[in-house]
Design a protein around this ligand. Structure first.
Ligand code: NCN
Ligand code: DMD
Length: 328
C-alpha cells in the first residue's frame, strides 16, 4: 500500500481483524450496519439506585421504534438500520407493529439482584439465545453488527458483572450511570458489593459464567452476550458500545473466549466499569468522548473508523500499481 508501513496505527490492527473475521483479504466493507438495541428492566430499581422511573425503558422503546432517539439520529447519519428488541421490558408501551421492533420478551424485568438471583438459569439461557438469533438474522444483509441497550438501572447490574468477572472492587467499578447524586452512588456501591459477593470471583467455565449472569445480570446483558457469540459464529464483526455491552462481553468471553476475536470496542464510556472491562478483555476503544448514553450511540460514532480501515485495504494502490518509489 502507498503509505509507510504501520502509519495507520490502530486502524491497521482493525483492518487485519476485519480480514481475519471474514477470512478474506481485503475484507468486505462493514456496511450497511445494524444496531440492535436490547431493552430490559431491572428489579434492583426498587433499591433506589437511579433517579429515573422504570417506565422510561418502555417509553424509550416506543421512541426508538418511531425513530426519535439519539441512536436513530446517529444511525441515519451513517445509513445504519436500528432494531429494538424487547427482551425484558416490565411496563407496557404502545407502538404499531413495525419491523423495527422485535418482541422477544423472556420475562417482564429481572428480580432484585440485591436480594437474590436476578433470573433463573433457564431465563438467562433463553435471553442469550435471543441475542444469538437476532445476530444471525441481522447478519444476512448487514456488514457489521452494533450493540445497543436500553434499561433503566442497568449500570448497577453492569457494575456487578464487572466486579464478578474481573475481580474489581465495587467502589472502582460502580459509577453514576445516568447521573446519580452522592448518597445514591454510595447505595449503589453497597448493593453492587453485596450482590457480587454471592458469586465465585472470575467465573471462567461456561457453566459458571451462565450462573453469574443469572445471579447478577439483566435480560439485555444476556441477549448482548448472545449477540456477540452469534456475530462471531457467522463471522460478522460486532462493534461494542458502552458499559452494558462491555460487561456482557465479559460473559461472552467466559462462554466462548474465541468469540471476542471478532469484537471491536467502539468507545470507552464515562462509566468506570467500562474501562475495567475493556482492559480485562484487552480491547482497545476507538473513541473516548465521555459519552454515557448507551443505545449504541458510541459504537455507531466509531463505525466510520472501522469502515475507513476496511476501505484502506480494499482501495489503496500499491507502490507498484501507483508507480511510487519504495523506501531504500
Ligand atoms: O453506555 C454506557 O456506558 C452508559 C452509561 C450510563 C448510562 N447508560 C444508559 O442509562 C441507562 C442506565 O442508567 P442508570 O443510571 O439507570 O443505571 C440505560 O438505559 C443505559 O443505556 C449507558
Ligand atoms: C431519557 C433516557 C434515554 C436513554 N437512552 C439510554 N438510556 C437512557 C436513559 C434515559 C433516562
Amino acid at each position: 500500500m502507498t503509505k509507510p508501513p504501520g502509519s495507520l496505527g490502530v486502524l491497521e490492527d482493525v483492518a487485519a481483524q476485519l480480514a481475519g473475521t471474514a477470512g478474506t483479504c481485503p475484507p468486505p466493507l462493514p456496511t450497511p450496519a445494524a444496531v440492535a438495541v436490547f431493552a430490559g428492566d431491572h428489579g434492583v430499581h426498587a433499591q433506589g439506585v437511579t433517579p429515573w422511573p422504570q417506565e422510561v425503558t418502555a417509553q424509550m422503546v416506543a421512541n426508538f421504534a418511531r425513530g426519535g432517539a439519539v441512536v436513530n439520529a446517529f444511525a441515519a447519519q451513517l445509513g445504519a438500520d436500528v432494531v429494538v428488541v424487547d427482551v425484558g421490558v416490565a411496563t407496557p408501551y404502545a407502538v404499531e407493529v413495525s419491523p423495527a421492533l422485535l418482541s422477544r420478551k423472556v420475562r417482564s424485568g429481572t428480580a432484585d439482584l440485591a436480594v437474590g438471583p436476578a433470573m433463573t438459569l433457564d431465563e438467562a439461557r433463553r435471553a442469550v439465545e435471543v441475542g444469538i438469533e437476532v445476530a444471525t438474522e441481522l447478519a444476512a444483509g448487514h456488514g457489521c453488527l452494533v450493540t445497543g441497550d436500553m434499561g433503566i438501572t442497568n449500570t448497577t447490574a453492569s457494575a456487578a458483572l464487572v466486579c464478578a468477572f474481573t475481580g474489581a472492587t465495587p467502589a472502582a467499578a460502580t459509577g453514576r450511570g445516568t447521573g446519580v447524586d452522592d448518597p445514591t452512588l454510595a447505595r449503589k456501591v453497597e448493593v453492587v458489593g453485596r450482590a457480587a459477593a454471592r458469586v465465585p470471583e472470575r467465573p471462567s467455565t461456561p457453566e459458571a459464567a451462565l450462573a453469574a449472569l443469572a445471579e447478577l445480570g439483566g435480560l439485555e446483558h444476556a441477549a448482548l452476550a448472545g449477540f456477540v457469540l452469534g456475530a462471531a459464529a457467522v463471522r460478522v464483526p460486532v462493534l461494542l458500545d458502552g458499559v452494558i455491552a462491555g460487561s456482557a462481553a465479559l460473559v461472552a468471553a467466559a462462554l466462548c473466549p474465541a468469540a471476542l476475536e471478532h469484537a471491536l470496542a467502539g468507545h470507552t464510556s464515562a462509566e468506570p466499569g467500562h474501562g475495567i472491562a475493556l482492559r480485562h478483555l484487552r480491547l482497545r476503544p476507538l473513541l473516548g468522548l465521555d459519552l454515557r448514553l448507551g443505545e449504541g450511540t458510541g459504537a455507531l460514532l466509531a463505525l466510520p473508523l472501522v469502515a475507513s480501515a476496511a476501505r484502506a485495504l480494499r482501495e489503496v494502490a500499491t507502490f507498484d500499481s501507483a508507480g511510487v518509489t519504495e523506501k531504500a
